[in-house]
Design a protein around this ligand. Sequence first.
Ligand SMILES: [Fe+2]
Ligand SMILES: [Fe+2]
Length: 361
Amino acid sequence: MKVLFYGGSFDPVHDGHLSLARSASKFLGGQVVTFLPSRSARWKHPESKGKDRLGLLEEVLSKHADFPYEIDRFLFLNPKFPDYTYDFLRDFKDKHPEAEVFFLLGGDSVLTFPRWKKAEELPKLAKFLYLPREGVEIDPEILDDFGIKAIKGESPGPSSSTAIRELEIAHPYLEARAYIGKREMYYCKTIRVYLGEHRYLHSLRVAELAASFFQSGSQKEGEAYIAGILHDLAKDLPIERQTELAKRYDSLEGLPKWAYHQYAGAVLAKELFPKAPESSIKAIASHCTGSGDMDQIAKAIYAADKTEPGRGYDSSKMIESCHQDLEDGFRYVLRENKAFLEVKGYTIADPYSESCYKRYL
Ligand SMILES: [Fe+2]
Ligand SMILES: [Fe+2]
């Protein structure tokens, strides 16, 4: 009996974890990867409830794992059992003395390995494997001392759990973004402080619709998602607070009051998520009025905000147009929105809207 454990906090699990697991499975001739999510994390501080981390792991693996896997819920089912690799492997070996046990080390855990509980005993319990990464120096002495073996495999890509939690990048998988949104994990917990339920759900829909205007897995898809989920961050704040924040973005001269929250939102987003992409912040700042200088992310947010399916009218033609060609779709939405605002009696003679119409209509 051969078993390959992949332990970690998976907070959240992402494509990098999956490619590492895939490589290790291949390396051992198609071996089943047994994911072993920790109840807590030793070296990091998981911000989410264990149950949600586990649920997200189940969701992502069921949709995206293209290698044999299973999830070992032992640590979750035995809340009193020590949450250390040593204790887990000791117990496993006692129950299955004949098993040949491999243990996959993720990310930078090789670096912290010597500090793990009873590190010197660990090589007697399992063969440890890791995937060398470009730019990450590993002390060869650690590898020697603990008999840690390198495997060959694809580079895990740019995702990192920390970057996802801090909205530096969006989660690459749609299902994971939806799960995080639904369970209000990580960045959503912060966003939810500012948004009531109705506007929060609107933001999630704008984010996913804006992301869908770009190629799946592309950087722009992620930037659009981040702009979408943050775009109305300041809208529920009192107008005095909106004014205060908005002033820090730019002069408010000529900007109608109903659009203050675009500047205020950009400032607040930057304050709460300093690592969020600049293009996302800039897109938030023009989502109400538009401007004469909009990049693709700004156009996507503007269009998605006006057409997301929860708006209560049939916007399917505009959405379809954006999917076919974002530039055309954006102009279509802009035209329709101008007509709508005129009917409603909103002031659209502000310099921002005007320069937007002049440039794009
Ligand atoms: Fe808005
Ligand atoms: Fe909005």
